[in-house]
Design a protein around this ligand. Structure first.
Ligand SMILES: CC(C)(COP(=O)(O)OP(=O)(O)OC[C@H]1O[C@@H](n2cnc3c(N)ncnc32)[C@H](O)[C@@H]1OP(=O)(O)O)[C@@H](O)C(=O)NCCC(=O)NCCS
Length: 154
């Protein structure tokens, strides 16, 4: 059964000493789109408690970063190490961030995903996000992004 894992996982807030592990995962998963050290640390300044990592056996295997903005909450980054994907860790991270957002009284949650990133689009749709807009020239290479949104009943 793919979802079951006997390994204990731990969720916690990001700390700057996590940087080397995060930068490696960024590079492996995002290639040219990978965030560098400055962007990750600026993200931490903006996100605070909204930068959550998941670790297994003391090693970081995934993370999510979310900002609280005046008119929306925004998911800026989500990644799960390749060998750890499709075991529910992405959902665990997302649920943890949504819980944090809801404690702060969120109305809608948005994010941008590359239009060819079908695994991530599937993931978000499975978690009730809807595509709401195409964003042309959204990436430095001219790639198109999709704005996705989750609305709560509140
Ligand atoms: C998107 C991502 C975070 C999902 O993490 P995850 O731990 O695999 O997600 P979960 O196990 O909680 O959910 C799995 C669901 O996501 C979708 N999904 C994940 N990987 C998929 C793939 N390769 N192909 C199709 N659907 C996929 C499916 O709906 C899947 O459900 P299923 O296994 O029942 O078919 C992960 O794939 C990832 O890190 N991708 C690379 C980085 C990235 O693109 N991040 C998003 C940037 S916006």
């Amino acid at each position: 059964m793919k979802r079951e894992s006997s390994q204990q996982i731990q969720l916690r807030k990001f700390k700057p000493s996590d940087l080397p592990q995060i930068l490696k995962i960024e590079k492996d998963l995002f290639g040219v789109d990978a965030y560098n050290q400055t962007v990750i640390l600026d993200g931490f300044k903006r996100a605070g408690e909204g930068f959550i990592v998941v670790q297994q056996e003391g090693k970081i295997v995934g993370y999510i970063t979310g900002f609280i903005e005046p008119s929306r909450d925004f998911i800026d980054n989500l990644a799960v190490k390749e060998n750890f994907q499709r075991k529910g860790l992405g959902k665990t991270l997302l649920d943890s961030l949504l819980k944090y957002f809801s404690q702060k009284g969120f109305k809608k949650v948005q994010l941008v995903v590359r239009e060819n990133n079908l695994s991530a689009i599937n993931f978000y749709e499975k978690n009730s996000f809807k595509k709401i807009k195409l964003l042309k020239n959204c990436y430095p290479d001219g790639g198109t992004g999709i704005l996705m949104q989750l609305k709560t009943n509140e």
